[in-house]
Design a protein around this ligand. Structure first.
Ligand code: ZN
Length: 185
């Protein structure tokens, strides 16, 4: 299990690295908001075909409140040319990052710019850079953000179910996370 920010882990490019998705680190989100944030990553990532490892709502020493870990596919190389398969995967990763803050905002009833800032400004941005020239970065992020919000809305009942499980259990593996959300593995 790789600990660190996803954009750093990307440079490793090994078979077994796992993208790490972090919860807000600046504003103090409520435990419930953190649970919805992580549940948003899990449910949307699963819908987009990402391979979940585990999810927790535990504080770490780096200021994170929760973590959702996905396994990168064996074929993925950060420095390989951008083909259709890689484009689809990277778009799924960026959308999955954005889904955490989208779910948290929906639960909180407002956009918590500071809390969601880490996902949007650092991690999603780094991944989105694989998709094309930086002049198109903002537009790409905006459209993937819309997609994330749409998926969060469509799968809200599953996100609510998993958030409740996370509040009670704090950490669950992929099987339990998906079954408690009502999703098939
Ligand atoms: Zn997050």
């Amino acid at each position: 299990m790789l600990r660190g920010t996803a954009y750093r882990s990307l440079s490793l490019g090994s078979h077994d690295f796992e993208a790490l998705i972090r919860s807000p680190r600046y504003r103090r989100s409520t435990p419930e908001e953190v649970a919805f944030h992580e549940a948003g990553h899990v449910v949307v990532g699963h819908q987009l075909g990402l391979d979940l490892v585990d999810v927790d709502v535990l504080a770490d020493r780096e200021g994170g409140n929760g973590h959702t870990n996905f396994r990168a596919p064996d074929w993925f190389r950060p420095d390989s040319p951008l083909d259709e398969r890689k484009r689809a995967f990277v778009e799924s990763v960026v959308t999955t990052f954005l889904a955490g803050s989208a779910a948290e905002a929906r639960r909180a009833g407002f956009e918590n710019a500071e809390a969601s800032g880490f996902d949007v400004e650092a991690v999603a941005r780094e991944w989105a850079r694989y998709l094309g020239p930086s002049s198109e970065l903002e537009g790409r992020l905006a459209s993937l953000r819309m997609k994330a919000e749409q998926l969060v809305g469509e799968h809200w009942p599953a996100i609510e179910r998993l958030a409740r499980t996370l509040l009670a259990r704090r950490r669950v593996d992929a099987r339990e996370a998906l079954s408690s959300a009502g999703l098939s593995p």
